[in-house]
Ligand binder design. Structure first.
Ligand code: HGY
Ligand code: MN
Ligand code: MN
Length: 396
């Protein structure tokens, strides 16, 4: 049987690496000192649980059971301002299930904490490389918002790296996660069994205009990068009107304006353009609109536009058989208080689904808040999710 007290204690301990901000927030971006310290601690817990600890070249951390086994886990890096449960929950729940299973002579269970799920460099970068979706050489060329390359960041792994971990040794993958949206919190359900994970596209866009004096440059002569971005953002909502559904989302979440000074007409803006939907063809139509509108705006305002590499993942359905295990487990642990639902957030499970059967289980997020320091889940719900995961993994 799983040990809820030990599980919660470990979850709080993991939060202490990078604990920051209000509430239970963490700042533990991929490859930061806090992230590496957390992974060192996690590796020690895996070793104490009798697992063989391995780190691949990306920094994905595995605790391996002997022979072929089920793989459980998620990620332990965070957003620049993250909550304590996003990713961490799935990793610590996996550790607890693997450890309990060994203690009670249960089935072999391995554990993983993927690296850079939160996309400091890409989109779910660690699992994307492990699963073969992204070539290591292409990944290495990616840079974060400050210009640091992934190649440079992962060089900091040093002697932690043991070598590649064979994807063929696992029979399937289950990721437990917080929902990160309002569905379970509003319905009162305690468990969500995921049906599908949406697709995503993400690229950097640059408008290059002319830097000039903010007092002397007449409005009609300006080639203002910020004004171009403002027009682009407003125009996009209009152009998308006949393409998107109420479930489609798009976000300009990172903006770097140069030189970012009150008295200078900005000459350059680099921004992130991300969009998500359950259908790949809609994602493609949105891309066409994005590129065309950016070209039009640049042309009309005397700027140039350029686009960075297109990153993305297609929508995936969860494996029917593994999902059924979670549904049975949910009905036993939360009778009448669980539902099937799609995931609007991205997960490592998407990449792993190219290799083996994959399923996911959610617990509620209070107020539907995540990617914020305020993210939280009631502890009885965390434990309920742990028990569902353990049952689905074959622990009675
Ligand atoms: O952005 C996402 O959906 C994930 O949390 N990285
Ligand atoms: Mn996550
Ligand atoms: Mn996240």
């Amino acid at each position: 049987m799983v040990n809820p007290e030990r599980f919660l204690a470990d979850l709080h301990k993991l939060r202490s690496f990078g604990a920051s901000g209000v509430g239970k927030g963490v700042v533990r971006p991929a490859y930061s000192d806090a992230d590496l310290a957390a992974r060192d601690w996690l590796g020690a817990q895996m070793r104490d649980a009798g697992l063989d600890v391995q780190t691949d070249g990306m920094g994905n951390l595995f605790g391996l059971a002997e022979g072929r086994s089920l793989l459980l886990g998620s990620h332990s890096d965070s957003q620049p301002e993250g909550g304590w449960l996003d990713g961490a929950l799935g990793v610590i729940a996996a550790l607890e299930v693997a450890r309990s299973s060994r203690e009670s002579g249960g089935p072999p269970v391995s554990v993983v904490s993927f690296q850079d799920e939160e996309g400091r460099f890409g989109v779910t970068t660690g699992s994307a490389v492990w699963a073969g979706h992204l070539k290591q050489t292409d990944a290495d060329a990616l840079t974060d918002h400050t210009g640091v390359s992934l190649a440079h960041a992962r060089a900091g792994l040093g002697r932690r790296v043991t070598g590649p971990v064979d994807t063929g040794r696992f029979t399937g993958f289950i990721e437990m996660h917080i929902e990160q949206g309002p569905t379970l919190d509003s319905s009162g359900d305690r468990i969500g069994v995921v049906t599908d994970i949406v697709g995503i596209r993400d690229m950097r866009v640059t408008f290059e205009g002319e830097q000039n004096h903010a007092g002397t440059t007449p409005m009609h002569l300006r080639r203002d990068a910020f004004q171009a971005l403002a027009a682009f953002s407003t125009g996009l909502s209009d152009r998308f009107r006949n393409i998107v559904t109420p479930q489609t989302v798009w976000t300009i979440g990172h903006v770097s304006l140069h030189p970012n000074a009150s008295s200078i007409v900005p000459g350059r803006v680099v921004f992130s353009m991300q969009w998500r939907d359950a259908q790949s063809d809609r994602l493609a139509r949105m891309e066409t609109v994005i590129r065309a509108l950016a070209d039009e705006i640049a042309e009309a305002r005397g700027l140039t536009v350029s686009f960075g590499p297109m990153l993305g993942l297609d929508p995936v359905a969860m494996d029917a058989a593994l999902r059924a295990c979670l549904e049975d487990a949910a009905e036993k642990e939360a009778p009448g208080a669980w539902r099937m639902m799609p995931s609007g957030a991205l997960h490592d499970a998407t990449n792993v689904a190219a290799l083996m059967p994959v399923a996911m289980v959610f617990v509620p997020s209070i107020g539907g808040i995540s990617h914020a320091f305020e993210e939280d889940t009631a502890e009885p719900d965390l434990v309920c999710g742990l028990r569902v995961l353990a049952r689905a993994a074959g622990l009675g």
